[in-house]
Design a protein around this ligand. Structure first.
Ligand SMILES: [Zn+2]
Length: 78
């Protein structure tokens, strides 16, 4: 039986209980100043949906495989 494990972050898509497997970092240039970023987590099924949602608004975004903790970026680990 699969339960909700508080240790496993879930998808940011409303109502989706799936464990997150992707991190999407983005910013809205109109409300976010400087290098401020928002982080969304996504499951396999919704990473495309969330990315397209942001891309349609021309928000700068980056998608990283796996769950990247807030405050770190994929580039920091290079
Ligand atoms: Zn999802």
């Amino acid at each position: 039986m699969i339960g909700l494990d508080p240790q496993i972050p879930t998808c940011s898509r409303a109502g989706c209980p799936e464990p997150a497997t992707w991190t999407i970092r983005w910013r809205n240039p109109r409300i976010h100043t400087g290098d401020r970023r928002k982080t969304w987590l996504a499951c396999d099924a919704h990473v495309g949906y969330l990315r397209d949602f942001l891309a349609a608004r021309d928000f700068p975004l980056e998608v990283a495989a796996g769950v990247v903790p807030d405050g770190a970026s994929a580039e920091d680990r290079a």
